[in-house]
Design a binder for this molecule. Structure first.
Ligand code: SAM
Ligand code: SF4
Length: 366
């Protein structure tokens, strides 16, 4: 493959897609947006996008040191009491669910190192609106926790796995444990849980394995998602040369026969299917940011900082409010104020953030 397919530190070149509200949704809560809307309790940003998906980071600790996510020296960890307690997370989860959040993705750091995780998952799933609760994990501790997670109500798992070769995986993660993570694929499927595998494509490290990952979808009903590396190493820069989604796709041996699926509103992935294969292949253009126009995600990190964009600075700090005895109405007001200031896309959010470094994903939660 020619070097022309690698774009060092590439930036989005063309115009971003227009920001439109999801079909059938009016811009409730937006000044001057027309008659009151029955969905007025839900969170809708100034572009009319309904925000119903929350990524909740439950820890900023991790048992791996992926080189695209963390500097070799690791990241500064706060005192333990700087991290939200499980009860505080449940309280926030209930507030967000009351504001229309329908999906919680539990992330981190590595969520499975956090004590009380199954309590959190079952409490969120048991909220009156019955939101779905999802997990993103590096898989190292998955086998030991799978039964408890399934019993707590978990139905789908995203597994981060950047190589199917032990040596490459160890070089990328800077830790041991490859076999355990590799084995987690079939354990999750055997347990009847939905599975997506996330692979960050790192030119020169693992990009020779793209077809091997597609091969996983031949017999298995899972989705493999190739992710553009993003500048969240803790220093706001890429960990190496970037690669854009279309180039990733073009490199696949199956590229000529791959079929695109319709893009779901709010999805971050473009999905494809190889005819005759059981699973799917996806591309996440996290650096090109082609999906911002319909993005419906919010984030709360383990320290209680809320972000309305992965690339943006924290827009509300909920932990001090909770710990100073704020009532639900005050917390909701802080959440609404953050949503009201949401910028149109990740390029604008990054520009607004320019004087600060983009933090490591281990802090933000991906
Ligand atoms: N530790 C868990 C894991 O690895 O699945 C959850 C947290 S991790 C920050 C969430 C996701 O972010 C993972 O799929 C990881 O590969 C991805 N990620 C981390 N840093 C990234 C970067 N700089 N660019 C693209 N994806 C990144
Ligand atoms: Fe840890 Fe996940 Fe970051 Fe890897 S990507 S260092 S597993 S938080």
């Amino acid at each position: 493959m020619s070097a022309g397919h690698i774009i060092p530190g590439h930036r989005p070149s063309g115009p971003l897609p227009p920001n439109r509200p999801p079909a059938g949704l009016s811009a409730a809560g937006v000044p001057g947006a027309g008659p009151p809307d029955p969905l007025s309790d839900v969170l809708v940003d100034p572009q009319g996008r309904r925000l119903d998906y929350l990524r909740l980071a439950v820890t900023d600790r991790c048992n791996l040191r992926c080189r695209y996510c963390m500097p070799a020296a690791g990241v500064a960890l706060g005192e333990r009491d700087e991290v939200l307690s499980i009860d505080e997370m449940i309280r926030l989860g209930a507030l967000f669910a009351g504001l229309g959040v329908r999906s919680f993705r539990i992330t981190g750091g590595e969520p499975l190192v956090r004590r009380g995780l199954t309590t959190l998952i079952s409490a969120l799933g048991a909220l009156p609106s019955a939101p779905e609760v999802l997990l993103t994990t590096n898989g190292l501790l998955l086998a030991d926790n799978l039964d408890a997670l399934a019993e707590a109500g978990l139905r789908r798992v995203n597994l981060s796995l950047d190589s199917l070769e032990e040596g490459t995986w160890t070089a990328i993660t800077r830790r041991e444990g490859f076999e355990r993570v590799r084995a987690a694929i079939d354990l999750v499927l055997a347990r009847g849980l939905g599975l997506k595998i996330n692979m960050v494509v790192l030119p020169g490290w693992n990009d020779h394995e793209l077809d091997d990952f597609v091969e996983l979808t031949r017999e298995r009903a899972l989705t493999v998602r190739f992710i553009e590396p993003m500048p969240f190493l803790g220093e706001g820069r890429l960990c190496g040369p970037g690669i854009a989604g279309p180039e990733i796709l073009a490199r696949l041996a199956v590229a000529p026969i791959i079929e695109a699926e319709p893009i779901r509103a709010g999805a971050v992935e473009k999905l494809f299917r190889v005819p005759g294969f059981a699973g799917k292949v996806g591309i996440i253009e996290g650096h090109s940011r082609t999906f911002c126009g319909t993005c419906r995600r919010l984030r709360v990190d383990a320290r209680g900082r809320m972000r309305t964009c992965l690339y943006g600075k924290p827009s509300a700090f909920l932990r001090p409010l909770i710990r100073s005895g704020a009532d639900d109405a005050s917390l909701i007001e802080a959440i609404r104020r953050a949503v009201a200031g949401r910028l149109p896309d990740g390029v604008a959010a990054e520009a607004d953030h320019r004087r600060h470094n983009l933090e490591s994903m281990v802090n933000i939660g991906g």
